[in-house]
Design a protein. Structure first.
Length: 157
């Protein structure tokens, strides 16, 4: 990777199979253009409230554009189809932007807790008799995130 861009993503972006040399040759300008087109313009994240754009873009880079879109849709109460359309944009603009932000942070944290809790290596360690705290990560995370979601809900009112 270079600038966080994998060979697979660069290949998809250009529609041709990228080589290792192609990745090494990516300039900062090209990387910025890649991220803007793939993770801001194409998914229409640029049409969302300014406050949440960096969070949603980072979510798209880290977890995929569809997941990030669904988190926005869940936060504003629209159909979760993974595509940002005019209804989601309108609802996001009308909603409390801080509330949307907090909800998306909560959804991401819950995902990370689930990923840790479902890690195959964790399961293998537990089966081998190790008592690891990581097995509680998802539950602990969910417990704390409920407070964040409650805060987000109180801001909406």
């Amino acid at each position: 990777t270079k600038w966080g861009i994998t060979q697979k993503k660069w290949s998809e972006y250009h529609g041709i199979e990228a080589t290792e040399d192609d990745i090494k040759a990516i300039t900062e300008v090209q990387a910025r253009e890649f991220y803007e087109k793939k993770y801001v313009i194409a998914p229409r994240f640029n049409l969302l409230p300014y406050l949440i754009i960096p969070l949603v873009v980072d979510s798209g880079v880290n977890s995929g554009v569809r997941a990030a879109s669904k988190w926005v849709q869940r936060a504003v109460g629209t159909k979760r189809d993974g595509w940002i359309g005019p209804i989601t944009i309108q609802k996001a603009m009308e909603a409390n932007h801080i509330s949307i932000f907090l909800k998306i942070v909560s959804y991401r944290c819950k995902l990370y807790g689930r990923l840790v809790a479902r890690d195959a290596q964790l399961k293998a360690a537990q089966d081998a008799g190790f008592k690891l705290q990581a097995r509680f990560a998802s539950g602990w995370n969910n417990r704390v995130m409920r407070f964040l979601e409650r805060l987000a809900g109180s801001i909406e009112k």
